[in-house]
Design a protein around this ligand. Structure first.
Ligand code: ASP
Length: 589
């Protein structure tokens, strides 16, 4: 028997018991005649004590233990004289009678404690040591619990988990595909799925009715911060549903997950139209942990000979509470430079300060009288001590810039409190997005998304402007400004699907070649259906108040898409290449 107990479970009630523990040596301390060793496993840390006077040989052996040695000990549970209230096992220690080294360890390349001294690369290279650390272990435990609770909830709702293939056909779905050469079919390739989208729709045609899968998806994107080429979705689809059925079911899932992992009831989720989200927050994933809604000002700011505003498509501002005295001229200058940074891209920043003494200070005082500026305060609900920040220019760009400023002010003023969760459904997204550079429409969600029922006639016959304004039965779930899931009611009619492909620039042949199987299935009694997918890694991170998904994935890739522990991707042998009929063009020449 390697152990009678784990390293996290012994308490004062166990005093006097003889126990066997196994684990890793976290650290040792020699205090004169006594040697202490912290023994760690997944469940916790227990202190071992060795007494030089009572057993010199054993104590000498203990002093030689290195960090991360794997040992087994037998001993008696004793009460500690100086207790450690920060540890569940902190009232007791084990007076060791037998010590056996099960395996030695090299000195680990970083400290295996809650706060590690290892940089990212080192931690990833030795990820198996990194995962020994409690914070990462806790993340893995949380993730496991979250998938268990997901299955429990969806099971009670009548969903069945169906696996769909990983080796499928390459189709454009937003990102680039990872491809896999087929040895048995020379010159042909499988693709790894970007999501099981078409398969889950086929399962609806097949009568599965309620499908889910916790599933890996693969996207060969240029890796922006915090993207992983392989990631996990909770992927779901239902038949005979309207939007409300889907929103209710999956709001139920997320509420269940919060109750059963964090013990927190999120209540009903507010719902907001995409257009309103853009107008009020300049973002389709607004962080509702703080206010600062946008106020549009074209009606009150134009016509005062201030050419910047007069020539702008949109003039829009936010009111930041209580910073008038705190924000000096220097701070304002710094903030102006912040919005002018290339990644934000504003030309300048106009502010109006309502000072505590009743005076008004503004960058545009030359053009606007105090009466006018005072009337703006009413429009914004601003009081003494508040500051308006105003941006102007082309509508979409200006909204985006102000959204960045709003989030930055939220951050600087600590308005988002840890442990605060503000969920939201964003709905009625545009169906199509026009791209000026390539002069074509793209699907805002994906090509299988249905337009809203009332928009179907406009989609079939509409001109360019009408098409731009088509709304889709598409929705995203947002928590604290992060998109954690999204989906749509799908097209289930062949003619409508064919029309959508046409609008997206597919020739009939291309559409048939790439999606003929789906459109064919629609001719055999496809039920109305819809669904969504949650980003499982992101959900884990958001629920833990963390911004990075990486530490919720056991073996993530780095920013170059590499696994530096196993050193992948890597070259393969010539004979493998030959078997696959692949000849390499070295270095892409
Ligand atoms: N397949 C979609 C995605 O991966 C989700 C959905 O529409 O259900 O984003």
């Amino acid at each position: 028997m390697y152990r009678s107990h784990n390293c996290g479970e012994l308490r004062i009630a166990d005093l006097g018991k003889e126990v066997t523990l196994s684990g890793w040596v976290q650290k040792g301390r020699d205090l004169g005649g006594l040697t202490f060793v912290d023994l760690r496993d997944r469940y916790g840390i227990t202190q071992l004590v060795f007494n030089m006077d009572e057993n010199a040989e054993l104590c000498t052996q203990a002093r030689k233990l290195g960090r991360e040695f794997v040992i087994q000990t037998i001993g008696i549970v004793k009460e500690r004289s100086s207790k450690n209230p920060n540890r569940p096992t902190g009232d007791i220690e084990i007076e060791v009678t037998t010590l056996q080294i099960l395996n030695e360890s090299k000195v680990p390349p970083f400290t295996i404690e809650d706060e590690s001294d290892g940089g990212d690369d080192l931690r990833m290279k030795y990820r198996y040591l990194d995962i020994r650390r409690t914070p990462i272990q806790n993340n893995m435990i949380f993730r496991s619990k979250l998938s268990l609770e997901t299955r429990k909830y969806l099971d009670t709702q009548g969903f069945i988990e169906v696996e769909t293939p990983f080796l499928i056909k390459s189709t454009p779905e937003g990102a680039r595909d990872f491809v896999v050469p087929s040895r048995l079919n020379p010159g042909q390739f499988y693709a790894l799925p970007q999501s099981p989208q078409t398969f889950k729709q086929l399962l609806m045609v097949a009568g599965v009715d309620k499908y889910y899968q916790i599933v890996k998806c693969f996207r060969d994107e240029d890796l922006r911060a915090d993207r992983q080429p392989e990631f996990t979705q909770i992927d779901c689809e239902m038949s005979y549903v309207h939007i409300d059925d889907i929103l209710d079911t999956f709001e139920g899932l997320v509420r269940h997950l919060f109750v059963h992992t964090l013990g927190m009831d999120l209540g009903d989720f507010p719902r907001m139209k995409y257009d309103d989200a853009m107008r009020l927050y300049g973002s389709d994933k607004p962080d509702l942990r703080f206010g600062m809604e946008f106020v549009e000002m074209n009606d009150v700011a134009k016509g005062h000979d201030f050419s910047v505003f007069d020539s702008a498509e949109l003039i829009v501002g936010i009111c930041v509470k209580g910073i008038a005295e705190q924000y000096s001229n220097k701070d304002m200058k710094e903030l102006t430079e912040w919005v002018q940074r290339p990644n934000i891209g504003a030309k300048g920043l106009v502010y109006v300060k309502y000072q505590e003494d009743g005076s008004i200070k503004s960058t545009i005082g030359k053009f606007y009288s105090d009466e006018v500026l005072q009337s703006w305060a009413e429009k914004f609900g601003a009081q003494k001590g508040d500051v308006l920040f105003i941006l102007s220019g082309e509508t979409d760009k200006t909204r985006k810039q102000l959204s960045e400023l709003r989030l930055e002010m939220g951050k600087r003023l600590n308005l988002a409190k840890p442990g605060d969760f503000k969920p939201l459904w964003v709905m009625d997204f545009p169906l199509l997005e026009w791209d000026e550079d390539t002069a074509r429409f793209y699907a805002m969600h994906h090509p299988f998304t249905s337009p809203k029922k009332e928009d179907i006639p406009h989609m079939m016959t509409g001109n360019h402007e009408t098409l731009k304004n088509l709304k889709a039965d598409a929705y995203d779930m947002v928590i604290n400004g992060a998109e954690i899931g999204g989906g749509s009611i799908r097209i289930h009619d062949r003619a409508l699907q064919a029309k959508n492909f046409k609008l997206l620039g597919f020739t009939p042949e291309e559409a048939e070649n790439q999606f003929g199987f789906l459109m064919g299935a629609f001719e055999y009694g496809a039920p109305p259906h819809g669904g969504l997918a949650f980003g499982f890694d992101r959900l884990c991170a958001v629920m833990n108040g963390q911004s990075s998904i990486r530490d919720f994935i056991a073996f993530p890739k780095n920013n170059q898409g590499r696994d530096i522990m196993i050193d992948a991707p890597a070259e393969i042998h010539d004979n493998q290449l030959n078997e696959l009929y692949i000849s390499l063009n070295p270095k892409g020449n």
